[in-house]
Design a binder for this molecule. Structure first.
Ligand SMILES: Nc1ncnc2c1ncn2[C@@H]1O[C@H](COP(=O)(O)OP(=O)(O)O)[C@@H](O)[C@H]1O
Ligand SMILES: [Mg+2]
Length: 232
């Protein structure tokens, strides 16, 4: 058993504030997330969960404080290098954000094509990931013909196909029935066991019971409690 402080932090937040005009969306957040953790960010709607995730991949810029990702201060990253930072992340959204006019295969393949991978490599890798998420039979289907649960599996495949170090999931089960939601959580846990750090935002306080992860509570932009749930 390892003590937490012996483990390397992959993400460090120091006194982070985010304001939208006069609205304090995040207030004085200091938080370390360790390599290969599964972290739930829980809190009611408006607590600041999505904002926190957006700050990590520079979807928003912070108002005050510092965020280090693998030791790099992300506020200092040059604009043209931001896409490189984003490649560290695989992101899953509540509304899937698949391209409706592209097939399942094409939606997932895009990630690797953008990285300039050879088409033979892309074929193999995409098929393998679609198999892992259990949707390989639908590779030629278009997203609008799939159920919500199936679309979210495709979105998970797209998030992980580039083997990102960090998977961010923002209410990934928010539009799914309970059975499909469980499948998605199990999939995230599967990629967590393969080495990814997973950060999942949810307003559903009962979801963390399904996984042995750390639970962080946000309320009105404040970090409420740090529950140590790690047992590795
Ligand atoms: N782009 C924005 N402009 C103005 N206010 C925003 C913006 N994004 C978020 N907020 C506000 O910040 C607070 C936190 O929002 P958010 O991070 O989306 O919460 P959550 O994801 O926990 O529901 C809310 O009060 C929200 O209205
Ligand atoms: Mg949100």
């Amino acid at each position: 058993m390892m003590e937490r402080n012996e483990k390397a932090a992959i993400i460090r937040m120091f006194h982070v504030f985010k304001r939208f005009g006069k609205k304090n969306a995040l207030v004085d957040i200091t938080l370390d997330i360790f390599k290969n953790e599964f972290v739930f960010i829980c809190g009611p709607s408006g607590a600041g969960k999505s904002t926190l995730l957006k700050l990590l991949y520079l979807g928003e810029t912070l108002s005050e404080g510092q965020i280090l990702i693998e030791g790099v201060n992300i506020s200092r990253i040059q604009r043209k290098k931001i896409p490189l930072l984003r490649r560290e992340f695989g992101i899953v959204f509540q509304d899937f954000k698949l391209i409706p006019t592209k097939t399942v295969f094409e939606n997932v393949a895009l990630v690797l094509e953008a990285k300039g991978k050879k088409s033979s490599v892309t074929q193999k890798k995409v098929k393998s990931v679609l198999r892992i998420v259990g949707i390989e039979k639908k590779l030629n289907a278009f997203p609008p013909t799939l159920s919500g649960g199936e679309q979210q599996r495709v979105a998970v495949a797209r998030a992980v196909v580039g083997e990102p170090k960090i998977i961010l999931a923002d209410e990934p089960t928010g539009s799914l029935d309970i059975v499909s939601a469980d499948v998605i959580i199990d999939l995230l846990d599967k990629f967590h066991s393969r080495g990814a750090t997973v950060i999942m935002a949810t307003h559903n306080e009962s979801l963390p019971n399904k996984i042995n992860g750390r639970v962080i509570h946000l309320r009105e932009g404040h970090l409420e409690t740090l529950t140590a749930g790690r047992q590795d």
